[in-house]
Design a protein around this ligand. Structure first.
Ligand SMILES: Cc1cc2nc3c(=O)[nH]c(=O)nc-3n(C[C@H](O)[C@H](O)[C@H](O)COP(=O)(O)OP(=O)(O)OC[C@H]3O[C@@H](n4cnc5c(N)ncnc54)[C@H](O)[C@@H]3O)c2cc1C
Ligand SMILES: NC(=O)c1ccc[n+]([C@@H]2O[C@H](COP(=O)([O-])OP(=O)(O)OC[C@H]3O[C@@H](n4cnc5c(N)ncnc54)[C@H](O)[C@@H]3O)[C@@H](O)[C@H]2O)c1
Length: 462
């Protein structure tokens, strides 16, 4: 079968995969866009959009139960998970349709199917509707993402194991949800389902939740979760799963005090993600993978094969929608505008959508010390922020790490109400090279959460 020639082939329709082909087609290139799943990738379909939509329902349930604290009487609160799911499905459908509506462009061929490399610049697509197509292009962009890491413990095949996608399709609130993992997904879903009414046990094999954070930060997150009635087990490794009577399962975990058995109604595995590289057969093109199976790229996002680029989670870097979107910026500059662009030195923040949110930009205290920097650290509990007191959202704290001599802000973490927004203010200050003194002396409106930043950064004056 003769190959069809294109200027560019893009695989995957996520952050870059959804914008880059449009830009390229508008610039007069002939583009093939190949997608094996629903349009929009993980973020829109099974990641950010649905989770944050469901988290909003969970927060409302939580707030409703706290009504009396604010002098507001509410009746008993119950959650209709099927209705929560419906709201989530509508949100996802809307986001997906919004993107699909923009695709009708001359020069852009959307091909539904699974792409695989057959050579450095040739791709075969197994069409969703049956049949094959052969494509060829001098430039190929891979935005094929990741999927949940499968649980590989004894008995995993004998019990239903939910992942971050299937758990959002439940229509009844689990009686007791056991969550494996202590990264991003586990606390977001753990707290969500606790607020929906489940008993929740989090099993984290590391000694702390969110190990990339400083100890005091991850301890505070665990405290918040425990405060809502979630059992958080750390240094606990799942070793075996088995059925335990009707609709129940038993999980054996290895802890420092020996083996322990947990019984629950549902099991969610959130133990990380693996790259979608198998189906892609990158070896056929000579594309080098790292030891974890992710695609190796340089600072320009070019793989070991010139003209073949990769972006997003499949490159094994920060796994966020905004970092994937920034990869798009880098590729847009190079492939559309013909400029040089790089991922080097970029400041990638993150926000975990627990309530309160955990957010960070820049270095942790541990990372700054490991770099041999002379630092000063200030911490302010959220209950010292007037707005937090007034709104009854006093859990958590803010933490700033600055260079001792110059006051340069090296890092900022917050566990607090609207933590992501607060962190972003400090991130902007970091981008603008403002110092701790600038933040201490700025006039912020009273009584905003932002005002707490005056107080936090003033602590460096003491
Ligand atoms: C539950 C959950 C919640 C999340 N919440 C957040 C959040 O709040 N904020 C945030 O920043 N990030 C969040 N993320 C992470 C975010 O979703 C990802 O970082 C982001 O989607 C990565 O985008 P990507 O460009 O790597 O591609 P992906 O979104 O992974 O999309 C890859 C696409 O490629 C397609 N594909 C794969 N292989 C092939 C092939 N061979 N042929 C054709 N098509 C193929 C797939 O079908 C998919 O559509 C969350 C993730 C999960 C799982
Ligand atoms: N708010 C957000 O930005 C957001 C939300 C959800 C997911 N995400 C993205 O999705 C990605 C995947 O999230 P995740 O939480 O699955 O992965 P993760 O890599 O963040 O965390 C995996 C967790 O599983 C634990 N673990 C690993 N193997 C285990 C095992 N065998 N048994 C028990 N625990 C084990 C690890 O110690 C770690 O705590 C993240 O990298 C993140 O970037 C982002």
């Amino acid at each position: 079968m003769a190959a069809e020639d294109y200027d560019v082939i893009v695989m995957g329709t996520s952050q870059g995969g959804r914008f880059l082909p449009l830009d390229l087609a508008k610039a007069g290139r002939r583009v093939a866009l190949v997608e094996r799943g629903p349009l929009g990738g993980v973020c829109v379909n099974t990641g950010c959009t649905p989770t944050k939509t469901m988290i909003a329902s969970a927060r409302l349930a939580y707030q409703a139960r706290r009504g009396a604290e604010y002098g507001v009487r509410t009746g008993p609160v119950s959650v209709d998970l099927a209705a929560v799911r419906e709201r989530k499905r509508d949100m996802v459908a809307g986001a997906r349709a919004g993107y699909a509506g923009r695709l009708g462009l001359d020069g852009l061929d959307l091909i539904a199917g699974e792409a695989r490399f057959t050579g450095p610049k040739t791709v075969e697509v197994a069409l969703t509707g049956g049949g094959l197509r052969q494509l060829r292009a001098p430039v190929i962009v891979v935005d094929a993402g990741t999927r949940p890491r499968p649980l590989e413990i004894d008995g995993a095949a004998e019990v239903p194991v939910l992942d971050s996608t299937s758990i959002m399709e439940l229509d009844e609130v689990p009686e007791h949800l056991i969550v494996l993992g202590g990264g991003y997904i586990s606390p977001e879903f753990g707290q969500m389902f606790r607020r929906f009414g489940s008993e929740v046990t989090i099993v984290q094999h590391g000694p702390r939740l969110m190990r990339a954070e400083d100890d005091d930060v991850s301890e505070a997150v665990a405290e918040v979760l425990r405060g809502e009635g979630i059992t958080v087990l750390t240094s606990a490794t799942p070793v075996r799963a088995e059925p335990a009577g009707e609709d129940r399962l038993r999980l054996t975990v290895r802890t420092e005090d020996g083996e322990r058995q947990l019984e629950g109604s549902h099991l969610l595995s959130a133990i990380g993600r693996v790259p979608n590289t198998e189906a892609l057969t990158p070896g056929e093109a000579g594309i080098r993978l790292d030891e974890r199976g992710f695609i190796e790229v340089d600072e320009h996002l070019e793989t070991s094969v010139p003209g073949v680029y990769a972006m997003g989670d499949i490159t094994g870097g920060a796994s966020f929608t905004h970092s994937s979107y920034d990869d798009y910026r880098v590729l847009h500059a190079q492939l559309v505008k013909g400029e040089k662009a790089s991922t080097r030195g970029r400041l990638v923040p993150h926000t975990v959508f627990t309530d309160p949110q955990l957010a960070r930009a820049g270095l942790t205290e541990r990372e700054a010390l490991a770099q041999g920097r002379e630092i000063r650290v200030a911490k302010l509990p959220m209950n010292a922020v007037v707005r937090a007191l007034e709104t009854g959202e006093t859990r958590g704290f803010m933490k700033a790490v600055v260079e001792a001599r110059t006051g340069e802000i090296l890092g900022f973490a917050v566990l607090g109400s609207e933590g992501g927004e607060i962190m972003t203010m400090v991130q902007v200050a970091m981008l603008g090279k403002l110092t701790a003194a600038d933040m201490a002396n700025a006039i912020f409106t009273h009584p905003l959460l932002a005002e707490g930043l005056n107080t936090l950064f003033s602590l460096f004056d003491e």
